[in-house]
Design a protein around this ligand. Structure first.
Ligand code: NAI
Length: 246
């Protein structure tokens, strides 16, 4: 992978930990300069310092705030460079059954997961279109494809991201910009580590490949889509879910 993205600048939202951090590490390992953007300011800076190579930097920003996004993008373009690769990964859950879901639980999840991706896409696309070069990846979810009880808000945000991916892909294709989505299934994180053995067995029973994925499995799919091997691929959803959605 080393050297494959030399000279490129990548921006990863929600890059301070979890899947976003794995993606940031993979991009840096391929020699991209990486801007780690997260609402957790200190963790974003610590994460950027952990990446290989030089020129990586952490930035504090709430993706749901359009003005903060514009400010962060200007600062990134000034300090790291014009953004060639945008990974919209920041996401939250506020799970509850439909009848118990509060308005603010719905609105907050849409604001971060869907509007946040819109905010960064609109901000970064301007430069990409001018340079006639750019790649955007939206981190969706299997839940956006097949739904999940207790996640009406989250599933709607992720299905929305898939629609947005296809519209942006169609709109920007003639300007040299590609846009794809990656839809992870159940990925092993501290959250899933905390499940009981019985819960893990039940979960694995829903996955044809019989095991949870890792953040690196998601990062591998992202690395394929951002690189030259995917130059003829846009508007697609690549599932990384052990076969859950097929
Ligand atoms: P995580 O909670 O470990 O990491 C999310 C990151 O986003 C955190 O660093 C958090 O501080 C940041 N963030 C949250 N709200 C933000 C905001 N308003 N502005 C800027 N940054 C913000 O989550 P994880 O598991 O790494 O998930 C990453 C993405 O992958 C999310 O979009 C999630 O929906 C998606 N995903 C995760 C799956 C899983 O099993 N973990 C499965 C399918 C999709």
């Amino acid at each position: 992978m080393s050297g494959r993205l030399q000279g490129k600048v990548a921006l990863v939202t929600g890059g301070a930990r979890g899947i976003g951090l794995s993606i940031a590490k993979a991009l840096a390992a391929a020699d991209a300069r990486v801007a780690v953007v997260d609402i957790l300011a200190d963790t974003a800076q610590a994460a950027a310092a952990e990446l290989s190579g030089t020129g990586n930097q952490g930035f504090s920003c709430n993706v749901a705030d359009p003005e903060a996004v514009q400010g962060a993008l200007s600062s990134i373009e000034e300090n790291v460079g014009p953004v060639d690769i945008l990974i919209n990964n920041a996401g939250i859950t506020r799970d509850n059954l439909l009848m118990r879901m509060k308005n603010e639980d719905f609105d907050e999840v849409i604001a971060v997961n869907l509007k946040g991706a819109f905010n960064f896409t609109r901000a970064a696309a301007r430069g990409m279109m001018k340079r006639r070069d750019g790649v955007i990846i939206n981190i969706a979810s299997v839940v956006g494809l097949i739904g999940n009880p207790g996640q009406t808000n989250y599933a709607a945000s992720k299905a929305g991201l898939i629609g947005m991916t296809k519209s942006v892909a169609r709109e920007l294709a003639s300007r040299g910009v590609r846009c794809n989505a990656v839809a992870p299934g159940f990925i092993s994180t501290p959250m899933t580590d905390a499940l009981s053995e019985d819960q893990k067995i039940a979960l694995k029973g829903r996955i044809p490949l019989g095991t949870l994925g890792t953040p690196d499995d998601v990062a591998s799919a992202v690395m394929f889509l951002v690189g030259p091997d995917a130059r003829y691929i846009t508007g697609q959803v690549l599932s990384v879910d052990g076969g859950m959605a097929m």
